[in-house]
Design a protein around this ligand. Structure first.
Ligand code: 5GP
Ligand code: ZN
Length: 120
């Protein structure tokens, strides 16, 4: 199904050309651990279809983005985030240079676990 960018790091991870520590996968979404975690739990959720950032999304992506957001709490708990409200997690989507985005394939950071964290 996916449109892929041959120069994109996360497309290469999705295609298995670069290894990753997978957390979850279905036809539309891949979730893997961040290689430089800021927190005890830190994973990235990416659409398998290449899209550069939140600056490019439209109404046609509503279901996919909704599905990813709804998946985040479940995976956060499965990965070891403590229960709300004492535990919880942080969801972050860096967008563009001034938004701190380094990899130009839309990704949702999910971070959690006991503090202190390295960053965030
Ligand atoms: P951004 O700054 O674009 O929001 O986040 C990119 C994230 O991707 C960073 O947290 C960085 O650690 C992570 N990352 C960069 N390269 C790789 C990689 O090759 N594998 C994995 N698993 N994560 C990566
Ligand atoms: Zn990509």
């Amino acid at each position: 199904m996916s449109t892929s960018d041959p120069h994109c790091l996360f497309c290469k991870i999705i295609e298995g050309k670069i290894p990753s520590d997978k957390v979850y996968e279905d036809e539309e979404v891949l979730v893997f651990k961040d290689i430089h975690p800021w927190a005890p739990v830190h994973f990235l959720m990416v659409p398998k279809q290449h899209m550069a950032s939140m600056a490019q999304v439209g109404p046609e992506h509503a279901a996919l983005l909704g599905k990813m957001l709804l998946l985040a709490p479940r995976l956060a708990r499965e990965q070891g985030c403590n229960p709300y409200p004492e535990g919880g997690f942080r969801i972050l989507i860096n967008t563009g240079a001034e938004g701190g985005q380094e990899v130009q394939h839309l990704h949702i950071h999910v971070m959690g676990g006991p503090r202190p964290w390295l960053r965030g």
